[in-house]
Ligand binder design. Structure first.
Ligand SMILES: Nc1ncnc2c1ncn2[C@@H]1O[C@H](COP(=O)(O)OP(=O)(O)O)[C@@H](O)[C@H]1O
Ligand SMILES: [Mg+2]
Length: 587
């Protein structure tokens, strides 16, 4: 396989590569400017030739989805090197956890990051999931918008089908290296190894290597992607992500092998690093996040869309695609919570016969049906399609990760936005070693995936800063996050999480969602306020007691002087008074 050829597939000409991976135009030299200025003064500018309609027609071309996302990579979370590394890890881990859970396997996920040079990394994500059927591998990893989750309403981490293939495409664009996949679907089956690239022009995979290899795990998948990236610490780091993913997935075991720490070169007398005797790089340290529970999250059902959430255009498309022969059957079979009786009611209200062929329904009729749906009372969608983390497990996971004095967790009952069921969970840790002087830390999660970027744009942040924390004994600058020793964790679980963009970084501000979050925060706020008040009372009491305690020996000495006690009696007075004080002012 030649790297040259792969870059050509990625839509990069040799000239573009010369200008850097992003193909940024070379800035014009400052020298050119005065010349142009001079020219303008002496000659009137030539009128620009205008394109005709047929000129434009010649330029019209289809745009493949991968060409679009290669140019707009920021939409997918590849806008800077540090984020690109995080997004790649994230997409791989999302898929690993989804696949294991769908197959009913307790996930063992391994993440390895190998630093190949200053700005180049090789990321490997391995799972013990069901593996991938050979014929599907090229499409999954070499084609954008291909996946098993988009056309269904079921709680999962991935939804759009652009996760892992986009990471592979970014790797190819920045390093020219193909994605490597090893997968096995069960004992007795061969392990298959693929190397493939995405042809961005056609959004089709090109397989570079396809062979059977020796691989020990009985089933699972390993994906390796090489990319230009940057490994950093802090709130947006891969390390923070791994800690948070372990927090929200107490049933998973995560092994994490970060890049080797930079070797400390010995200094010579002049203070310069002794280059010739460079020490071997320090061995990276495997970090294991063991599972807190062996139990998998409850299996969630796939649901049909709820009629209230369906837009007119979607409704018309559903009429065209349905397998039902008449309108009544279609409404009943393709939507949730529509019985035969209810379907008749909708048809009657819309003035459309219930035995009409769905494909023949006109736009005007569809519009009447759409309106009739909104006017009909239909039960809320079923909510067994959502699996919360659960209050007990959330607390167990929080206790393991955050050392604090007080913990509160809450799982709210499911609610509905735009016809989609969703559920909010809140976890809170307060006090202990947490810093009291800074704004609280907010951990945001959607379907158990940590969200690390775009905090300001997220409905979760809005709900937290919109809650009145002063009434819960905390400081809060107006309209901002409260200040105090607290970690807050908010989780939204839904069959369709409304992200603000394809990179899945922030939750859209649906009023129903913000309201549920507020209610959850208020309940946890009340509980933490009780704790804070009690702690304050205890502190006050301890202060008073210490104050009184100071005077007890003086009182005893005074009594000794007045009444002529022996030292023994004086000491017994001290003991008695101390005892009375303890009993009367209980902490
Ligand atoms: N590790 C894996 N094990 C099994 N199947 C996988 C794995 N990774 C990806 N897949 C399959 O490939 C599809 C596409 O993945 P992806 O591009 O990340 O999109 P999405 O996760 O949004 O569906 C998934 O829907 C899933 O069916
Ligand atoms: Mg995915």
């Amino acid at each position: 396989m030649s790297e040259q050829a792969d870059l050509a597939y990625a839509g990069l000409s040799a000239a573009a590569r010369g200008r850097g991976a992003a193909g940024a135009a070379k800035p014009r030299g400052a020298k050119a400017a005065p010349g142009r200025k001079k020219g303008r003064q002496s000659r009137p500018p030539k009128p620009r030739e205008r394109a005709t309609a047929s000129d434009l027609a010649r330029k019209q071309r289809d745009i493949s989805v991968s060409e679009f996302f290669a140019k707009n990579r920021h939409l997918l979370g590849f806008d800077n090197p540090a984020k690109a590394l995080l997004t790649t890890v994230k997409e791989g881990v999302d898929n690993a956890l989804d696949a294991c859970e769908e197959a009913g396997i307790a996930p063992d996920v391994r993440v390895e990051i190998l630093q190949k040079s200053e700005s180049r990394f090789r990321v490997a994500i391995q799972d013990n999931g069901p593996g991938i059927v050979k014929s599907q591998v090229p499409k999954i990893f070499g084609r954008l918008l291909y996946g098993s989750k988009f056309h269904r309403l079921r709680q999962s981490r991935g939804q759009q089908g652009i996760g892992i293939s986009a990471a592979g495409m970014f790797g190819l664009l920045t390093t020219g290296k193909p994605v490597k996949i090893v997968t096995r679907t069960g004992r007795g089956k061969p392990a298959q190894c693929f190397e493939l690239v995405i042809d961005t022009r056609s959004n089709e995979p090109k397989v570079r290597r396809d062979e059977i290899v020796k691989w020990d795990p009985p089933h699972g998948t390993r994906v390796e992607i090489e990319l230009e990236g940057s490994y950093r610490g802090g709130q947006h780091s891969v390390d923070a992500y791994i800690r948070q993913i372990a927090l929200a997935n107490p049933h998973a075991q995560i092994d994490y092998l970060p890049p080797a720490p930079p070797s400390k070169a010995p200094q010579n007398k002049a203070g310069k690093a002794a280059a010739q005797k460079a020490p071997a790089p320090q061995a990276p340290e495997l970090r294991r996040f063991p599972r807190v529970t062996k139990e998998l999250p409850p299996e969630t059902a796939e649901i049909s869309p709820h009629p209230y959430g369906v837009e007119l255009g979607v409704l018309m498309q559903m009429f065209r695609d349905t397998g039902s022969r008449n309108l009544r059957g279609c409404l009943q079979a393709d939507f949730s919570r529509v019985s035969g009786r209810l379907a008749d009611e909708i048809c009657e209200r819309a003035g459309v016969r219930s035995n009409r062929k769905p494909a023949e329904i006109s736009r005007a009729e569809a519009e009447r049906i759409h309106q009739a749906i909104q006017q009909t009372r239909i039960m809320s969608p079923p909510t067994d399609c959502i699996a919360p983390i659960g209050e007990a497990l959330l607390e167990k996971a929080l206790r393991k990760e955050v050392s604090a004095d007080f913990y509160a967790t809450l799982t709210r009952r499911p609610a509905v936005y735009r016809g989609n069921p969703f559920l909010i969970e809140v976890g809170l840790a307060y006090g202990g070693a947490l810093s009291a002087e800074e704004p609280i830390s907010v951990y945001r999660f959607a379907n158990r995936v940590p969200l690390q970027y775009q905090q300001g744009a997220c409905a979760i942040t809005k709900a937290v800063s919109g809650t009145d924390w002063k009434s819960y004994q905390m400081q809060q600058p107006r309209g901002a996050l409260p200040v105090g020793p607290m970690v807050l964790m908010l989780h939204i679980a839904s069959v369709w999480v409304p992200f603000t963009s394809e990179s899945k970084e922030a939750i859209a501000h649906y009023p129903e969602i913000v309201k549920e979050m507020r209610l959850g925060l208020q309940e946890c706020g009340r509980r933490v306020a009780i704790h804070i008040r009690r702690r304050r009372r205890e502190a006050d009491e301890a202060k008073k007691r210490a104050y009184i305690e100071q005077y007890i020996p003086q009182v005893a000495v005074g009594l000794q002087e007045i009444l002529g006690f022996a030292n023994k009696e004086r000491d017994s007075v001290v003991a008695k008074l101390t005892d009375v004080l303890k009993r009367s002012r209980k902490l």
